[in-house]
Design a protein around this ligand. Structure first.
Ligand SMILES: C[S@@+](CC[C@H](N)C(=O)[O-])C[C@H]1O[C@@H](n2cnc3c(N)ncnc32)[C@H](O)[C@@H]1O
Ligand code: SF4
Ligand code: SF4
Length: 325
């Protein structure tokens, strides 16, 4: 299995550590996302239960700093700020990026839907030295409202263009990726989206449409007959909002068998858990075609988990010159 690691460094520490800043809150209602569907009211019963108000979580500062400190001690590793919701709504989002850069994280990448990316917020983010900001803009002139189910398209465009202009004026290092989920209803606008954002952003990418572990019916699944091991287990580690280290970003309910440990436990580290017998067993199982994790059972998202050329690591390395991997 060792040969499935992208590099020697990846054997001892995940290439990407994803911190889940929030579980629940979002200011958009995307059709492609269970969080958005809960906000809009058309989610399945399981997602509604997972995102009921009493289950909302906000990552405490101490959890974040523990993760950032460890990632900062691995020069090839990158830190991804994401959420089961909108990362910018975390009250300490900007402080977190600043902290991670101060402790030497090589590459800090964050997601946002850019709705709250107003000028004052843009300025504070740029001042942190954030490496990469991915703005998820599902749709363009004709499809944005139907896909994100907000009326903020003009505001989002202005926010991102303003962010880029300020970045250039300040000489800040942040590279901006604009992305969209490559879903059927987006297709009439995809060419216009691409033409527009390629004129402005540093990269434009289209994310393969996945089902979030069958939480949404994509209606367009073309799942290969032969399942292959999922790259998540060899290159990503997810930390949930309370510090649980999870085998996969899809472990939203954090079932006991999907939780490898907790970053606040003084007796362990992310590196220990990444190299643990339990993580090794999960990789062995995947390589042998045994999908033993509860979240893997009905998951089809492995079809879009990219190995090699199409990986995010390659974008960071080859387009943005970041020494990660
Ligand atoms: C769940 S979002 C959370 C962060 C933030 N709210 C955002 O939208 O960027 C993280 C990424 O997942 C993507 N995403 C959402 N639904 C998806 C789906 N069904 N298939 C593939 N990617 C999806 C979003 O576009 C975004 O880039
Ligand atoms: S903005 Fe992000 S978290 Fe919110 S609904 Fe859309 S994809 Fe999901
Ligand atoms: S198959 Fe699905 S649930 Fe399993 S590790 Fe891959 S993305 Fe996660």
């Amino acid at each position: 299995m060792d040969d499935l690691f992208g590099s020697a460094a990846a054997r001892s520490f995940p290439t990407c550590t994803q911190v889940t800043l929030l579980h629940g809150p979002c200011n958009a209602r995307c059709l492609a996302c269970p969080v958005g569907r809960v906000q809009f009211g058309d989610a399945d019963a399981a997602s509604k239960a997972e995102f009921s108000r009493e289950r909302w979580r906000t990552m405490p500062w101490e959890v974040f700093t523990t993760v950032a400190d460890e990632v900062g001690s691995h020069p090839e590793a990158w830190l991804r700020l994401h959420a089961r919701g909108e990362p910018l709504l975390h009250p300490r989002f900007v402080d977190m990026i600043a902290y991670a850069k101060n402790v030497g994280v090589t590459c800090v990448q964050a997601f946002t839907n850019a709705i709250a990316l107003t000028e004052p917020r843009a300025r504070t983010i740029l001042e942190t030295g954030l490496d990469t900001l991915e703005c998820s803009v599902h749709g363009h002139d004709r499809t944005y409202e139907a896909l994100m189910r907000t009326t903020r398209f003009e505001q989002v465009k202005a926010n991102i263009l303003g962010f880029l202009a300020l970045r250039d004026a300040l000489g800040a290092p942040t590279r901006v990726v604009v992305s969209a989920v490559d879903q059927p209803l987006f297709q009439p606008d995809k060419a216009d989206h691409q033409a527009f954002w390629e004129r402005h952003a540093d990269a434009v990418i289209y994310r393969p449409y996945h089902s979030w572990g069958n939480r949404i019916d994509t209606g367009c699944s073309s799942v290969p007959e032969t399942r292959h091991p999922c790259s998540q287990l060899w290159n990503r580690c997810t930390v949930g909002p309370t510090g649980n280290v999870l085998a996969c970003f899809n472990s939203w309910t954090e079932e006991p068998t999907e939780v490898l440990g907790n970053v606040l436990d003084p007796k362990t580290t992310i590196a220990d858990l990444w190299q643990s017998a339990r993580f090794g067993e999960l990789r062995t199982d995947h390589a042998a075609g045994r999908y033993t994790l509860p979240c893997c059972a009905n998951c089809t998202d492995w079809t879009g988990s990219s190995w090699g050329e199409n990986s995010y690591e390659n974008l960071l390395r080859n387009r943005f010159g970041k020494a990660v991997g």
